[in-house]
Ligand binder design. Structure first.
Ligand SMILES: [Cu+2]
Length: 596
């Protein structure tokens, strides 16, 4: 991880750089290295890799726990590939349970995607599975287990793919920054807690003091009205995250805030940071106080550079940024969890003896009616709240093209503009599985999201939004979408049930896409939580307004109470997954996409 950027002739065989110091540090108590020397995760290069999934004792919090590891390290080794080569990865599962590795964001044949149940049946205990595929893209990606909740216990790692043609930007240093959330509790215990009480990890509920403050500022009538609305929803407006710093320790490259992962630069050098959110349940708001971050890639794909002070990075997403530290100082890489219950922290410095101040966390966000999709009156939006039944009865009036299952066939907005279709809640959403609907969802493209909306005013920080992303290359598939699939992300919070269109994965049939069709997917988030939605197999070409330069993503945050659209070219046969990257919601909020 600490190598400076040079494109050496790369050996055709795997070799190891660095001594795995990161792995060694894992065994130390958390307070013994308050300002540890630069620790490196092993980098494996070439086109042939032997990976071993196993376990080892780690001590991240003062208590010994068993982590799952790849080649003995957490996170696993950085895999460094070259665009244009074919890579072979022999993955040896040393666990007593089935396992798998999925190459998140890498376009591979369906049977190499590592998705148990769709690509293959998983890697059996003590068996080796050989992955082999051509690498046809470049940039920053990551890999993780897709079996059960193994990702939470440490089966994550970075992928860096060097491009055939030179990058359109320059830098002297290149570091991978893997963000993750570690718990001493087993994932099964966390899941059981959530099933029993979804607020188990949420100790930020409203108090009586809050109530009186509210009455003073808003008056009794309005407070009662607002409260009534919330109570009726059986929701708390403080439920920003489901699993929080109550149990999580947030890590950068396997380091706690105390063991402080540190990256070095020489004064005058430009530093590329490859930010990867490999967390199971955490969105991070990342910034480096004192430095502007120039965003040069999103989800591995180059974008027109844009300078920001802060980035919300959903689990599953990656961003590449370039920073230019000017002085011989130290800077904190500071990534707060979205609910401000904790943070990951590392240091960027020219002097190993220095570390920077750790900033105070921002105010705790509170959900608003906007986050519930109730902020706007229906007549103010370009969408209409209708159930599928009413849509059918009006089939020959203003909704001639709406059909069953959330598909729309005509009068589609032009590529790049997003959806202009009415919001239609499917009959399957009228079920105990759905406790909330976004009645008037706003467009999530330009919204920085809960907790970040007034940052310019409040902190003078510019926060990245999706509307800032513009591909540095023209959109490859210039066709207009031929049809549109509107999907509702749904759930019953109290019962901890998650679904798409009110149907859990096991009960639902796959979405069928025609081979080579160009289509639009519109996500309507009816839940009160952000859902980073990951589509396997294809780019999610985010409709940010300009159809000529759509940024290509693999994971798209659907904001609560909002809708968001992207275009897909269904150019690869096979069975693929579309799911929430929120690990404990994934089993229900999951669908198969089949190309026929
Ligand atoms: Cu993936």
């Amino acid at each position: 991880m600490t190598e400076s950027f040079r494109t050496d002739a790369v050996s055709r065989r795997t070799f190891v750089t660095g001594l795995g110091a990161g792995a060694l540090l894992l065994g130390l108590p958390h307070s013994s290295h308050p300002n540890s020397p630069t620790a490196s995760t092993t980098t494996l290069r070439g086109n042939h890799f032997d990976l071993s999934i196993g376990y080892r004792q780690v001590n991240l919090t003062g208590r010994e726990r068993q982590a799952l590891t790849i080649n003995g390290s957490l996170p696993g080794p950085i895999l460094r590939w070259r665009e244009g080569e074919t890579v072979t990865l022999n993955v040896h599962n040393q666990l007593p349970d089935k396992s798998s590795l999925h190459w998140h964001g890498v376009r591979v044949p369906s049977d190499m995607d590592g998705e148990p149940g769709l690509s293959f049946s998983g890697i059996q205990p003590r068996k080796i599975f050989r992955y082999r595929f051509p690498v046809r893209q470049s940039g920053t990606y990551w890999y993780h287990s897709q079996s059960g909740f193994q990702q939470q216990r440490g089966l994550i790692g970075a992928i860096v793919i060097d491009p055939i043609s030179p990058e359109p930007f320059s830098y002297e240093r290149d570091y991978v920054v893997v963000l993750s959330d570690w718990s001493d509790e087993s994932p099964q215990t966390i899941y059981t807690h959530l099933k029993k009480d979804p607020d188990y990890y949420n100790r930020q509920q409203r108090t009586a003091t809050d109530l009186w403050r509210e009455v003073r500022t808003k008056g009794v009538a309005r407070t009662w009205r607002d409260r009534h609305q919330w109570n009726w929803k059986q929701l708390s407006d403080r439920n920003i995250s489901q699993v929080t710093g109550e149990t999580y320790t947030y890590l950068i490259n396997g380091h706690t805030p105390d063991t402080n992962w540190t990256a070095l630069f020489k004064p005058g050098e430009r530093v590329r940071l490859r930010l990867i959110n490999a967390a199971s349940m955490t969105l991070f708001d990342l910034r480096i106080p004192g430095l502007k971050m120039k965003v040069v890639a999103a989800d591995g794909q180059n974008v027109e550079p844009t300078s920001v002070d802060e980035i919300r990075i959903g689990n599953g997403e990656t961003y590449d940024v370039i920073v230019e530290p000017e002085s011989e100082l130290a800077y904190s890489i500071f990534a707060q969890s979205m609910d401000r219950s904790g943070y990951a922290r590392g240091t960027l410095t020219s002097d190993i003896r220095l570390s920077a101040e750790i900033p105070a966390m921002d105010h705790r966000p509170v959900l608003t009616l906007q986050d519930l999709g109730l902020a706007r009156k229906a007549e103010e939006t370009n969408t209409h709240f209708k159930t599928a039944q009413t849509a059918h009865t009006e089939k020959h009036s203003d909704l001639p093209d709406a059909t069953e299952g959330g598909w729309f066939y005509g009068n589609l907005a032009a590529a790049g503009l997003g959806s202009n279709s009415p919001i239609i809640h499917q009959p399957s959403e009228s079920s105990f599985r759905v406790d909330h609907r976004a009645l008037t969802p706003g467009n999530g493209i330009a919204d920085p999201g809960v907790g970040l909306r007034h940052h310019k005013h409040r902190y003078n920080r510019r926060v990245l939004t999706y509307s800032d992303l513009r591909s540095s290359k023209p959109t490859q598939d210039q066709r207009e979408p031929q049809r549109e699939l509107q999907l509702h992300l749904t759930g019953n919070y109290e019962r901890y049930l998650w679904s798409i269109n009110g149907e859990k994965f096991r009960d639902a049939s796959p979405f069928l896409f025609r081979h080579q069709e160009r289509l639009r997917i519109t996500l309507v988030n009816d839940t009160t939580l952000p859902q980073p939605m990951h589509l396997h197999g294809f780019w999610s070409e985010l409709e940010t307004g300009d159809g000529e330069y759509l940024p290509r993503k693999h994971t798209v945050i659907a904001q609560p109470g909002s809708s968001i659209s992207y275009l897909v070219s269904a150019d690869t046969y096979g069975r693929w997954a579309l799911h929430s990257q929120m690990l404990y919601q994934r089993p229900g909020m999951y669908r198969e996409v089949r190309i026929v």
